[in-house]
Design a protein around this ligand. Structure first.
Ligand SMILES: Cc1ncc(COP(=O)(O)O)c(C=O)c1O
Length: 432
């Protein structure tokens, strides 16, 4: 088999550099929380393919469900010859989604497509054009996804012009001095200075900002958005693409904070590694679009839908929401102990298993330590732990283990990260 180095050479020659890769670990096989590369090296996976394999790599029940579906058929196109797993998964998700209002679900392929469809549906439903999004947000790499995203480099720079009528509001982050009231005041100002609420079709918000830095929106903020949207007839889109399917300790974060979204784009962990996404929404809003206005050739692939049904079974039968909370506690306790001995950890954020540490110089929130963040990820990788970074300032390490990870494997990975932090901050101290 080719080595990592040989494959990297092919990758550099044959694939565009715009698809940045974070490691040169070419995967050979993966099971639950572990990946082995083509040279037989083992890694503990704290990235799960960016929050996708919440049920672990190759969960036997997911693999079984997909194998069974594959033996029946792999594609007919739901718009041509519909099939049972699509409608059954829609039925399960409609029952599981937060709030009492009857729901309907459409399936597509990726998170960005789920976001695109949410905006289309909201505009058709309201007959309005304006969209409110948040600074630091990430909603995907399509044209509308980029327009909604609140981070310029590398996601938006050079790709404009974007669809018009998108307005950004500061996301409430106490650690960076932006309170809930500041964000609400900014919306109030927007309504006076830029767009009247009667022209706004939707607000789109991540209930925990993902790529932006794992910042949980306070419950009172999301509840205030719900109220504002009700008051002005605006569709509230809660983007649960990264937070969904147990990651935050409940199936969706919206239920934790007591709100019912109008539309909810979902993807990532929905199908245990198979490409599937959806929009779950209030039935009357979803039905605003006439036949033919929604859909896609591969949308709601039978393999993805079969996997999605198995994922819901696994989440229930293995108690993965409770496990997410236990993972968060384990990471939180570890991070607090480390913070007490090292002020490079400026902030610790735990929402179930959606956990992160923010790295700063001398405990100062205004001095992000990007070099240290990158060095920790590199050091961890050379010691067998696959870690992801994120954050508008690039100084956040996010922990996204599968919810099925064994506590001792998680501890082994955390020990490696702690060693990396101790060694690298020691080196910096000695050099200064
Ligand atoms: C909150 C959120 N929305 C949308 C997307 C886009 O999803 P995809 O990469 O599947 O298109 C992402 C991806 O990271 C995300 O985190």
């Amino acid at each position: 088999m080719a080595t990592n180095k040989e494959l990297l050479e092919i990758r550099e020659k044959e694939t565009p550099r715009g698809v940045g890769i974070q490691t040169s670990v070419f995967a050979d096989k993966a099971r639950n929380a572990e990946i082995w590369d083509v040279e037989g090296n083992r890694y503990i996976d704290l990235g799960t393919g960016i929050a996708v394999v919440g049920t672990g790599h190759n969960h036997p029940r997911v693999v079984d469900a997909v194998r069974q579906q594959l033996e029946r058929f792999s594609h007919t196109c739901f718009q041509v010859a519909p099939y049972d797993v699509y409608v059954k998964l829609a039925e399960r998700l409609n029952r599981a989604a937060p709030g009492p209002t009857p729901k309907k679900t459409i399936f597509i392929n990726t998170g960005a497509e789920a976001v695109e469809n949410s905006i289309k549906i909201a505009r058709k439903h309201t007959g309005r054009s304006g969209i409110i999004a948040f600074s630091g947000a990430f909603h995907g790499r399509t044209m509308m996804g980029m327009a909604l995203t609140g981070k310029v480099v590398p996601y938006k720079a050079g790709f404009g012009p974007f669809p018009a009528e998108v307005f950004h509001i500061p996301y409430p982050i106490e650690y960076h001095g932006v309170t809930v009231q500041d964000s609400l005041n900014a919306i109030d100002t927007l309504f006076k200075s830029d767009v009247e609420p009667q022209r706004v079709a939707a607000m789109i918000v991540e209930p925990v900002q993902g790529e932006g830095g794992f910042y949980p929106a306070p419950a009172e903020f999301l509840q205030a958005l719900r109220k504002l949207c009700d008051q002005h007839g605006i569709v509230l889109i809660v983007d649960e693409v990264q937070t969904g399917f147990g990651r935050t300790g409940t199936l969706f974060r919206s239920e934790q904070v007591g709100i019912e979204p109008d539309l909810m784009p979902v993807a990532k962990s929905i199908a245990g590694g198979f490409p599937l996404a959806g929009v779950i929404g209030k039935a009357d809003i979803m039905d605003s679009v006439d036949p033919g206005g929604l859909g896609s050739t591969y949308g709601g692939s039978p393999l993805g839908c079969a996997a999605g049904l198995a994922v819901l079974d696994v989440i229930e039968s293995e108690g993965l929401c409770e496990k997410a909370q236990a993972i968060g506690k384990q990471i939180g306790d570890w991070a607090k102990a480390l913070q007490a001995e090292n002020n490079c950890i400026g902030d610790i954020r735990i929402t179930g298993a959606m956990s992160a540490i923010e790295l700063v110089k001398d405990g100062d929130a205004d001095c992000p330590d990007v070099e240290l963040t990158k060095a920790i990820a590199t050091h961890a990788l050379t010691h067998g732990v696959l870690l992801l970074t994120c954050g508008v300032r690039g100084n956040v390490i996010r922990f996204l283990p599968p919810l099925t990870i064994e506590p001792e494997v998680l501890q082994e990975a955390l020990n490696v990260v702690a060693d990396a932090i101790r060694k690298l901050t020691d080196d910096i101290r000695k050099a200064s």
